[in-house]
Design a protein around this ligand. Structure first.
Ligand code: VG1
Ligand code: CO
Length: 539
């Protein structure tokens, strides 16, 4: 029986850089999830006759939320839902299924790299029929709707069993529960040289994949261990847990310290990779060696010819404005375009749909290609394995060869967390008004050449997005400031800093960027305004 439930709106259901993301406690409020989902359905003209992909990363509340959404979908006339077994699909696998099945939309229940569990975060990423997350314009419309919603529709029915594969019906709606890994694996086999990677593992190459107790554990076991022959046990923290075992499932030097410690110990394997909560981020480590994500994007681009799917040539590349310029130097050499877009994967999608780019990436440990419309953690790790298999070089050697060819871009991101929202907004607004006055001046020995807000005009739909403030210095150094759009705890100010060195590749990035960090703090008056004299997190 379809029920129409009266409800009262919430005023905080705005989507950020990647969907809506909230504290679990917030989402548990009465009708909170239902309000958002019904507003979304209403905004897109209803879901009557449509097919959606629906799944999540298995975090706390995934199981309850998915049942609610199934029943709301049925009540709203959805034709079909495609769901990963046990309600789970990684974000890249979900994007792939959406494209492969020509579905009308996709909902991924995840707060991505944010912690899970009762005290953690929950969220929803909404993808449109192009496989990528909806535009800011659509998310704004959904937000407007959430502020006036009065009722939602839901089927009163028993929970659906999502543990068995196959097709069944919930009243008029078809539900297909699929193997979450099968199609994704087939796609990876089409892209990469699996035979070469099998030989690499057979030759004794030691590898660890850390799934951070999140969604890609089973993908890792299947792909790396069972298919490619990596030693049993190569996948660490392989079982997805609702609270990620207490980990912050963000693969970086701080939150994946256990893996970094292993890789800097004498027992380090030859290579390690890690993914985030929903499997779209990746971190790459060699023996006692870390590859910065901005470098990783540039290195993959420079080595595209080793990958069967790309060997006949790649189109352009793209990076977020906050990401280092390393990949631009590769693009220049290859004679292909390098686009700079606002932070957030949705901004790459038009470039891919219009065949302008093949690879794209963000400094936040995200890399991918036009095979889907999301970043793809396992894809990036397979890409590295394929290069290693083809060249016989180590992670460190591949990176050093890259630096020798292009110079090294030292790069770090500094986060100032938990700032009062108004203080953060004012800081950015004042900094923006001051930008012009920095030009031509020297701070701590660093001379500003130009300074301006980052404004992007999408070459396909001509939409304009303003995101971040850029300050350029002599010798190719750069600072980018922006506020996070994924946090759930006050505002996070992100300061991204890079410098470029043609000859000296062995500095500690923290030391190489120390003066610029001081300059960044001076220009934005960070200490005066926030009381913080150093960043809370450096990645
Ligand atoms: C962060 C990253 C951004 C990434 C986004 C979603 O956004 O900086 O590069 O696309 O998270 O990542 P923000 O607005 O907090 O800086 V994922 O792995 O989470 O969906
Ligand atoms: Co993610």
């Amino acid at each position: 029986m379809i029920k129409t439930i009266q409800t009262t709106p919430y005023t905080d259901q705005k989507m950020g850089t990647a969907g809506i993301r909230k504290k679990v406690k917030t989402v548990l409020q009465k009708n909170y999830l239902e309000n958002f989902v019904q507003s979304l359905f209403d905004t897109i003209g209803g879901v009557q006759g449509k097919t959606f992909v629906l799944s999540g990363d298995g975090r706390y509340y995934n199981d309850i939320a998915i049942q609610k959404i199934i029943k709301m979908s049925a009540a709203n006339g959805m034709k079909k839902l495609i769901i990963g077994q046990n309600g789970m699909l990684s974000t890249p696998a979900s994007s792939h299924i959406l494209l492969e099945r020509h579905a009308d939309g996709g909902l991924t229940l995840t707060a991505s790299h944010n912690p899970g569990g009762e005290n953690g975060d929950f969220g929803i990423k909404y993808a449109t029929s192009n496989g990528g997350q909806c535009s800011s314009e659509i998310s704004q419309k959904i937000y407007e709707k959430t502020k006036t919603i009065k009722e939602y529709k839901i089927l009163s029915a028993d929970d659906v069993d999502l543990s068995k594969l196959g097709t069944f019906w919930l009243e008029q709606m078809e539900i297909e529960v699929i193997d979450p890994i099968k199609d994704y694996l087939l796609m990876m086999e089409e892209i990469f040289d699996f035979e070469a990677i099998k030989k690499l593992f057979a030759s004794g190459f030691e590898f660890v994949f850390d799934a951070m107790n999140a969604v890609t554990g089973p993908y890792g076991v299947k792909i790396f261990e069972e298919v490619l022959g990596a030693k049993k046990g190569s996948v660490h923290q392989a079982k997805p847990l609702p609270d990620f075992g207490g980990l912050h499932p963000d693969p970086n030097l701080v939150y994946a310290k256990h893996l970094v410690d292993l890789m800097y110990s004498d027992d380090a394997p030859d290579m390690a990779g890690a993914n985030d909560g929903d499997g779209d981020r990746n971190m790459i480590l060699g023996k006692k060696f870390f590859v910065s994500p901005s470098d990783s994007l540039a290195i993959l681009t420079d080595n595209y010819k080793y990958i069967p799917a790309y060997k006949n040539g790649i189109k352009g590349v793209a990076k977020s404005a906050a990401t280092s310029t390393a990949v631009c130097r590769v693009a220049e050499k290859l004679g292909i375009a390098c686009y700079e877009v606002p932070t957030g994967w949705k901004n790459f999608c038009n470039l891919m749909d219009s065949n302008r780019i093949t690879f794209c990436g963000e400094e936040s440990f995200g890399t991918s290609s036009s095979h889907i419309r999301e970043k793809d953690g396992i894809w990036a790790i397979l890409f590295w394995l394929n290069i290693i298999a083809a060249t016989g070089k180590s992670v460190e050697q591949i990176t050093r060869d890259f630096w020798a060819k292009y110079g090294r871009t030292y790069y770090l991101r500094f986060d100032f967390d938990g700032i009062d929202l108004d203080v953060a907004d004012k800081l950015m607004a004042d900094l923006e008004s001051n930008l012009k006055s920095f030009e031509g001046k020297t701070y701590n020995g660093c001379k500003v050449t130009k300074a301006h807000p980052f404004v992007y005009r999408d070459p396909v739909d001509q939409s304009e997005t303003k995101n971040g403030l850029l300050v350029y210095f002599e010798n190719g150094a750069r600072i980018c400031y922006r506020l996070s759009g994924t946090g759930t705890n006050g505002a996070t100010l992100r300061v991204y800093i890079e410098s470029y060195d043609k000859n000296d590749f062995d500095q500690d990035p923290l030391k190489a960027l120390a003066e610029l960090l001081k300059v960044a703090m001076i220009l934005a008056e960070i200490e005066q305004r926030t009381g913080k004299n150093k960043p809370d997190l450096t990645t």
